[in-house]
Design a protein around this ligand. Structure first.
Ligand code: GAP
Length: 460
């Protein structure tokens, strides 16, 4: 297995991620999406939606609010149970997540220990190398806001949801009645979630604001095992079909003491990032935990066919999946040509995830008008992303388009003026073919390639 490279500065340079509010020395360790990752992210979410909702006969979609009533999170157990153990270094005031500071075995025995205040940490502070820690304390990860209308009013507390799925659980009956579905059925949702993480790490890997793509699949207890297997396999296939090196993906079944408070069992999917293995998807058997608790606390009946369904959940983090895909796609190659050896950096992204599937490039300045015409025509003939790149050097254009992962570069040259043909260069092989722009020959070729990529993924 090849180790992935830290490509943070590369991603910044090529317009994938920018530090948020950088011109004001802004929010620490927070990132905004630049133009290229905005495209990638939209495409990734679209792929997930197609694979987990549109092409699943049992499933429908939902889009619930980020702002969450405190009673929802009281019922879901997040007010009480959604915390990490925090220690602070009394010497340098650095805060640490206890489970990341000590070994897994030490953390397990810490959890088992009755008097947590008496736990002694053998490791030194990674920042100042001193061993002067405060006692461990629970740190709730919920972020809140205040809906007060004037400054005088009492605080009107709301939470920013820590997972998107609670919106699905509280709307369970409304959804089920409106779609007239019996069991089993699933509800997918994509959206922002917020957690007040103690430490923020590795660029977009751990942040306070992030997006999740979640599927909550409702079924009977009798059928649960079958669906557990089915969704585990789907999640695994989805992840690995987007990677070049599938060996960088791993599964891990959590031990009992590692389970989140709502889960009966959980399998996490990991990717081998440049800093080591990191979780990017969590698949849980949530049993009837959520619906039962919401039903009890709200007094509403959250049942179908007379039973409280059980839930299998698949929860992908969008940014973590993007980071995995980008680290996996990044390659440095040495190319030999008539002028000797040349290095190229290329993102070998799954073609449907490339920020642009196609770029139209004029070979030289005098061909810009012709290239623009071809670009305009293509826009009416294909329905995937195409960009027009105006440049003085075709070499620089190829270099840039490879670096951001564009799948096909279409080059308009002198011959185009004579016979309306155009060069199509494929990103990975750099193979060049010539197609006519007339009679839709070119667009048919591109459409066919695009559809082939789709078909591969839909079969997962
Ligand atoms: N509803 C289940 C749930 O939220 P989770 O394991 O807490 O499960 C699911 O989160 C996924 O959300 C994770 O696998 C990860 O990809 C993403 N995620 C969680 N916390 C994150 C954070 N602070 N920054 C970025 N992604 C995060």
């Amino acid at each position: 297995m090849n180790e992935a490279k830290d490509i943070t500065s590369y991603l910044k340079h090529y317009g994938f991620f920018f530090p948020s509010a950088e011109i004001y020395q802004g929010l620490a360790k927070s990132w905004d999406c630049g133009p290229n990752s905005t495209e990638l992210k939209r495409k990734l979410k679209d792929l997930w939606w197609k694979c987990f909702v549109t092409f699943q006969p049992y499933n429908v979609g939902s889009d619930s609010l980020i702002l969450t009533h405190p009673r929802v999170l009281e019922a879901s157990g997040h007010l009480k149970n959604f915390y990490d153990w925090l220690v602070e270094c009394s010497n340098c005031q650095k805060r640490h997540r206890l489970d990341k500071l000590i070994t897994a075995e030490e953390f397990t025995s810490f959890l088992a220990q009755e008097n947590k205040q008496e736990f002694s940490i053998s490791q030194n502070c990674p920042s100042c190398d001193k061993n002067k820690f405060t006692n461990p304390r629970q740190f709730n990860l919920l972020l809140s806001s205040d809906l007060q209308i004037t400054n005088q009013e009492k605080k009107n507390l709301v939470y920013l949801r820590p997972e998107t799925c609670q919106g699905i659980f509280i709307n369970f009956s409304a959804i089920q009645i409106s779609i007239r579905k019996k069991l089993p059925f699933g509800v997918g949702q994509i959206g922002k979630s917020f957690r007040n993480e103690i430490t923020l790490h590795h660029g977009i890997f751990r942040t306070r604001e992030f997006e999740q793509m979640e599927l909550e699949f409702f079924c009977s207890l009798e059928e649960k095992e079958k669906w557990w297997e089915y969704w585990n396999q789907k999640a695994w296939n989805f992840l690995t079909s987007l990677l070049n090196d599938k060996n960088k993906a791993q599964k891990k079944a959590l031990d009992q003491e590692e389970l989140p408070h709502y889960a009966k069992k959980t399998t996490d999917l990991y990717f081998q990032y440049h800093f080591g293995p990191g979780e990017l998807c969590s698949i849980s058997d949530r049993g009837d935990y959520d619906l039962k608790n919401h039903s009890e606390k709200s007094g509403e009946k959250l049942k179908v066919e007379g039973i409280t369904p059980h839930v299998i959940e698949v929860s992908f983090g969008v940014e973590r999946l993007m980071l995995a895909i980008l680290e996996d796609a990044y390659q440095e190659e040495t190319i030999e040509n008539s002028k000797g050896e040349k290095k190229r950096e290329v993102l070998k992204l799954y073609p449907l995830l490339a920020p642009y599937f196609v770029a139209v490039i004029p070979w030289k300045k005098s061909l810009r008008e012709k290239a623009k015409q071809i670009y305009q025509k293509l826009l009416t003939e294909i329905n995937f992303s195409v960009i027009y790149e105006e440049t003085d050097s075709i070499g620089k254009s190829y270099h840039y388009q490879d670096a951001i992962g564009t799948y096909y570069c279409l080059t308009v040259d002198d011959q185009t003026l004579n016979d309306e043909t155009i060069t199509v260069r494929e990103r990975d092989s750099r193979e060049q073919l010539r197609f006519s722009c007339q009679e839709q020959e070119l667009s048919q070729f591109l459409n066919q390639k695009y559809q082939e990529c789709w078909k591969k993924l839909i079969k997962i």
